[in-house]
Design a protein around this ligand. Structure first.
Ligand code: C2E
Ligand code: MG
Ligand code: MG
Length: 762
């Protein structure tokens, strides 16, 4: 039993005081010299007083002690209650081991952690140790050795629950030592951390997944500030975590999506809490790439969005291989051309878009006798030949055309813009011509021809099947007509186109073999009948057909692009002729030569440079050249025309508007044109002077021309009364059979008079 120091001090003090009282009071009484009887009375009184005083003192002492005990008991009770409540709230258990008595106190809540009652758990360390997981026994039992220097203890171990499962217990406590440094108590609390461990474990797993996944992960807070990215994010985007944290994901925007796209994305996130789809983003390197992205909104306990998590994968490789697959599915591997599938898709689209104003054509091309080449020279040579044919055809393609290998020796050509049969026939002719040259393959010289079937579209109730079937029957027609030719689905088109094509090649021939001629028609002053100039008009001296008028070949030349060469040739001839006339220094020669400029050339760049060059080459004074431009050519592109006319005028040449009255000029524009002359179209002159409409129009044009300070020339004057009428209304000049037909320029001398005086040619 331990000695209580306070109680000892109290007892010793009492003993001392009582002894002193006994000794001193007796001595005091003896010194009073009292009678024995009195002394005995006082002795008794003193004894009674002593007992009374000590009795009161003892009472007070006991009372104080009882009070103190009660207070400390109340305090203890409150503390115990608090402790129990705290342990209860924390769902923790209390353990208290008394090493001396080899007893352990386990609180009911400790036992409850294992699904047991206090009694079931027992009060010995052995009973407790029996519940330890075999793997944790050693560590748990030696945990005392692992105390820190303050005697603090912490250990995690598994204990078997009533249901047989093991629960992870975190025990924390302290070893208390007595005065001699001997342990006398070891106590602490224990908590069930099974759930926490499981949570930590799944967090660890999630973190490992987060780090190891191939998918990029980006987490932002509710304000879209990036708070987390994973290594895959860095690998895909090139941005490190440090570069991204604190930034907005918009840093990755590629600019490929419009605001409506992002609007829809945010709408989905706000309403459904998730969005997934394809997004094009920009890597740090600047490269734009596609990614498949899923975004989820994460909500906190109060239901408010706290974070957004985006998980994405780079699908550029996938896309590439998809594109490659797509390419393979739609292309012929031998010729590297679109295959039948893609061809029919394109034809279908073209049919959807086509309109009478925007017609097109489908051409099916079949190589003649290709089978023989394959059979006699082998498939290798056949393949090489097909490749070579594909390359030659490809060289002819222009915008809006799709060439495809449909299989075997059959090719298809879709022309999305094909104005008329002639254009389609021209394409077919070029395809046939390009095959014409021999092929050198594996030491063989091979000749090849083809047949082509043409189907124009749109027609009523067109369908893909119908167009292809018609083209196929046209191809059959071409083959049966002796191969190496083309045929239209409709017979008359074939003939029409054939003639046009023949005409074009004959015109080529004509240009090369000098079959073109220039005739000149005189232009007269109506006031005095004097010759003022001559208009150069082209003719074709055809070996079989004789002299062909321009009306028959100029439109074809314009469509085929030959007009440039023809007009340049006429311009040069006319200028040279004018120089020659000037050199004659006679009265009866034209003072200027008028040359027609095709409307097709009028819109083109460089006409002014071309004219300047011819003037320079021939040495003709620019004032002696008049260029005639039709009214419709100007009105087709008035702004470009205005610029060109100004540049031509700056050269010093004269300008006339040809066929005036047929082109619906706007007066406002006419006013601004830098021209010198209006040539009233012959269709209005024909009815003069009797047709009231022609009279009215002629009067109006003359008045208009004069009000704009322009000279007016009337074309196609055939009758003297037309001259008379025109003179009366003040028309300045005239041209027509009445004055003279177009005819070749005559040699100066000796010989007939020049162009202007003669009549009855053409
Ligand atoms: P244009 O420039 O209006 O030429 C006048 C046309 O009227 C000429 O026809 C001429 O022969 C014809 N003509 C002249 N007087 C009379 C007449 O009294 N009665 C009738 N019925 N006709 C008459 P042509 O030579 O057949 O030329 C036709 C058109 O061909 C020309 O009309 C011009 O637009 C075009 N043309 C002629 N030569 C050329 C050329 O070198 N280049 C270009 N681009 N076009 C040309
Ligand atoms: Mg003319
Ligand atoms: Mg004319």
């Amino acid at each position: 039993m331990r000695m209580d120091a306070g109680a000892l001090r109290l007892t010793l003090g009492y003993l001392l005081l009582a002894t002193l009282w006994v000794l001193l009071s007796d001595r005091l009484l003896a010194g009073l010299d009292l009678s024995v009887e009195r002394l005995e009375q006082l002795q008794s009184l003193k004894g009674v007083a002593f007992v009374a005083v000590t009795g009161i003192w003892l009472y007070l002492l006991l009372h104080c002690h009882a009070l103190a005990r009660e207070q400390s008991w109340l305090k203890l009770k409150a503390n115990t209650e608090r402790l129990n409540l705290a342990l209860d709230a924390a769902q923790d258990g209390l353990w208290d081991w008394d090493p001396g008595r080899r007893q352990v106190f386990f609180s009911p809540s400790y036992a409850a952690l294992l699904g047991l009652s206090q009694a079931e758990l027992g009060t010995t360390r052995e009973a407790w140790a029996a519940r330890l997981h075999p793997d944790d026994c050693e560590n748990a039992l030696h945990a005392l050795l692992a105390l820190d220097r303050h005697g603090h203890y912490q250990d995690t171990h598994r204990l078997r629950h009533r249901d047989g499962s093991y629960r992870w217990i975190l025990a924390r406590g302290r070893l208390l030592l007595d005065g001699q440094g001997q342990p006398y108590r070891f106590l602490g609390i224990a908590s069930d951390i099974t759930q926490r461990r499981a949570d930590e474990e799944s967090l660890r797993q999630a973190a490992a997944v987060f780090d190891a996944t191939h998918e990029g992960v980006l987490v932002t807070d509710r304000d879209q500030v990036v708070v987390h990215v994973n290594p895959a994010f860095t690998r895909i985007t090139g941005y490190s975590a440090e570069e991204m944290l604190g930034q907005q994901p918009s840093l990755l925007k590629s600019g490929r999506h419009d605001s409506a796209f992002y609007h829809a994305l945010w709408n989905a996130l706000q309403s459904r809490g998730a969005w997934s789809g394809e997004v094009w983003n920009r890597r740090k390197s600047g490269e734009i790439y596609p990614q498949w992205q899923s975004i989820r909104a994460i909500r906190d306990e109060s239901g408010q969005i706290s974070h957004y998590v985006a998980v994405f994968s780079d699908i550029s490789v996938l896309k590439r291989s998809q594109n490659e697959l797509d390419y393979l599915a739609h292309h012929d591997p031998l010729c590297n051309l679109p295959n039948r599938l893609l061809f029919t898709e394109r034809v279908e689209h073209a049919l959807e878009r086509a309109s009478p104003e925007q017609p097109g054509a489908v051409l099916l091309i079949d190589l003649d006798h290709f089978k023989h080449i394959n059979e006699s020279l082998g498939h290798n040579v056949g393949d090489l030949l097909l490749k070579a044919v594909g390359e030659r055809f490809s060289g002819l393609l222009s915008k809006g055309m799709t060439l495809a290998r449909l299989g075997g020796d059959e090719f298809g050509l879709l022309c999305e813009h094909c104005q008329d049969p002639a254009q389609a026939a021209g394409v077919a002719q070029r395809l046939l011509s390009c095959l014409g040259k021999p092929y050198q393959l594996n030491g063989h010289e091979l000749y090849l021809s083809a047949s082509i079937g043409i189907r124009l579209f749109p027609k009523d109730s067109d369908s893909l099947e119908r167009v292809l079937r018609d083209a196929d029957s046209a191809l059959f027609k071409a083959k049966s007509s002796g191969r190496e030719s083309y045929a239209f689905y409709a017979e008359e088109l074939t003939e029409f186109a054939r003639l046009r094509i023949e005409l074009v090649s004959a015109l080529h021939h004509a240009l090369e073999h000098d079959e073109l001629r220039v005739h000149y028609q005189p232009l007269h002053d109506l006031a005095d009948g004097a010759l003022i100039g001559a208009e150069a008009l082209v003719r074709w001296q055809h070996p079989q057909r004789g002299l062909v008028p321009p009306g028959e070949f100029i439109p074809v030349a314009e469509d085929s692009g030959l007009i440039g060469a023809i007009d340049a040739w006429v311009l040069e001839q006319a200028c040279r002729q004018m120089v020659r006339w000037q050199a004659q220094a006679q009265e009866q020669v034209p003072r200027f030569v008028a040359v027609n400029v095709s409307s097709r050339l009028f819109g083109r760049e460089g006409l002014d440079r071309q004219v300047a060059k011819v003037l320079n080459d021939t040495g003709l004074d620019p004032g002696r050249l008049e260029l005639e431009v039709t009214e419709s050519a100007i009105m087709a592109n008035p702004d470009a025309a205005l610029g060109l006319l100004h540049r031509l005028r700056a050269l010093g040449v004269r300008l006339a508007i040809d066929d005036f009255g047929t082109g619906y000029s706007s007066l406002a524009r006419l006013k601004r044109l830098p021209v010198h002359k209006l040539k009233l179209d012959q269709s209005f002159v024909r009815g003069l002077p009797h047709d009231a409409d022609d009279v009215a129009i002629t009067r109006a044009v003359v008045a208009l021309g004069h009000s704009l300070e322009l000279k007016v020339l009337a074309e196609g004057i055939e009758q003297p009364e037309q001259v008379k009428f025109l003179r009366q209304i003040g028309c300045d000049y005239g041209q027509g059979y009445h004055f003279g037909r177009p005819q070749p320029a005559v040699a100066p001398a000796p010989g007939p008079q020049p162009v202007c005086c003669s009549s009855g040619h053409d």
